[in-house]
Design a protein around this ligand. Structure first.
Ligand code: FES
Length: 448
């Protein structure tokens, strides 16, 4: 007999009782009863038969286990404010980012040269041009390989890195295909560290954890923590941690698929739903409470122009618009200061101004890191997003310039009179106290 109880699918027969979650194994959709004893996921159409415990495609649904709120990835280290430039990410290409702290570098899935998937995928010209710089720097630190697909494990790139550093160190989860490819590329066996999934590891001044994908044995994600601040790299994990995901400050997440049968070309591909992948991305962002979301691991081109036409993908820009909130849209070589994923430096600046006044400054930063926040000068508090409590002034400004202005303690005149920002206000009256203080009333010198 198949019933539903407490939100679970319950199967009772002579062998006993089995319980299954209604969370789809594929990418976390909710299974819906079809009336014939089976359940269908509306997201991509997987059909689950509780009688067999399997999906029609042969995948086995694990038995329900209550979410373990004590999973090791939920333990967060003590958090302290970051100094400018102390913890940064440099985007390299496709699924590769260099994570940098004073204690060293970790670079994910380096693919800087050659093609992937037997010539079917290529990098953009811009990514290829950045390749030598990327390789030279990545070779100075650890490399992490998420899985064996050749857009993540590029033997040609590893050989390039080894030309800079014969002792290149690589860590990965247990995966004999990854290990074999690393050895073939020339990585010395003692320099390959196979790490357990779901356990913290200290590497220099950081700690990290390789995370599981409940949907695929070979895919893994990565959580890196420094001074209590966290970067989460989803890579290709569709069902990261079975949905019991850790919190993070920055999430590098999937965005490209869903618009068609991408990345596999079917002759009779059903019409895709370009929004679906982005809904899933937004859901993960909410679950991880990430302040900054980064569309990641989708920047390649099919080498076949017909395929490029036939399998449209979400662009990072459309993804940013759909997912919303603070987003980093990096070019190869762009750097994100993880401190900018936090409100703390803005709060420090707001206090430093010394202005106590009934006025809100709404800031919309443009540039690679798109972020919006509101400073309330009644108590120097800062909230992400727009808080349009009048009176307010809003300012749209280049993010890099404005962050320099806050750090260096520049007068707002430098930005306003220099035409570096666009302003609006409500009510439409001049607030002399706000403008005079921000112009000539700021303390002298840099913010602390
Ligand atoms: S079929 Fe269920 S999430 Fe894709």
């Amino acid at each position: 007999m198949i019933t539903e109880r407490d939100g679970l699918i319950v199967v009772e027969n002579a062998d006993g009782v089995r319980r299954y979650s209604k969370r789809c194994l594929h990418a976390g959709g909710t299974l819906v009863a079809q009336g014939d004893g089976t359940y269908r996921c509306p997201r991509h159409g997987w059909v689950f038969d509780p009688a067999t415990g399997r999906y029609q495609n042969g995948r086995e649904q694990p038995l329900y286990a209550p979410t373990d709120e004590r999973a090791a990835w939920h333990e967060r280290g003590e958090r302290r404010p970051l100094k400018h430039g102390e913890f940064t990410l440099t985007f390299r290409s496709h699924a590769s980012v260099t994570i940098k702290t004073p204690g060293g570098l970790i670079t994910t899935d380096p693919w800087y040269t050659g093609t992937a998937f037997a010539g079917g995928w290529r990098l953009t010209e811009e990514q290829l041009a950045h390749g030598p710089d990327a390789a030279a720097e990545a070779a100075r630190g650890w490399i992490w390989i998420s899985h064996e697909h050749t857009d993540h494990l590029s033997e040609a790139t590893l050989r390039a890195l080894l030309s800079y550093n014969r002792d290149l160190g690589v860590f990965t989860a247990a995966n004999e295909r990854v290990t074999a490819a690393l050895l073939k590329a020339g990585v010395a066996r003692p320099r390959i560290r196979v790490l357990p999934v779901g356990e913290w590891q200290d590497i220099g001044d950081k700690r990290l954890m390789i995370l599981p994908d409940a949907c695929a044995d070979n895919d893994t994600g990565l959580l890196v923590e420094y001074a209590g601040h966290r970067v989460l790299v989803q890579v290709d994990c569709r069902n990261l941690c079975g949905g019991n995901v850790p919190e993070a400050d920055v999430l590098l997440g999937m965005f490209a698929g869903g618009a068609s049968s991408y990345p596999v070309c079917w002759e009779s591909a059903p019409a895709g739903n370009p929004r679906l992948e982005l809904d899933i991305a937004a859901e993960l962002r909410d679950a991880t409470r990430a302040r900054v979301w980064v569309p990641f691991a989708g920047s390649h081109e099919p080498t076949d122009p017909e395929i490029a036409q036939r399998l449209p993908r979400n662009s990072p820009y459309a993804a940013a618009e759909h997912v919303g909130g603070w987003t980093w849209l990096p070019r190869p070589g762009s750097v994100l200061d993880v401190a900018n994923a936090s409100l703390e430096p803005i709060e420090a600046w707001a206090k430093w101004t010394g202005l106590v006044h009934d006025h809100r400054l709404i800031v919309r930063e443009t540039g690679p890191l798109i972020r919006e926040y509101t400073v309330d000068f009644r108590d120097a508090s800062v909230r992400a997003g727009t808080v349009p409590i009048e009176p307010w002034t809003s300012m749209t400004v280049d993010g890099l310039l404005w962050r320099e202005a806050m750090r260096e303690g520049w007068s707002l005149d430098e930005i306003a009179i220099g035409y570096h920002a666009r302003f609006s206000r409500a009510p439409d009256t001049f607030d002399a106290r706000f403008w005079e203080h921000m112009g000539r009333g700021l303390p002298l010198g840099r913010t602390p």
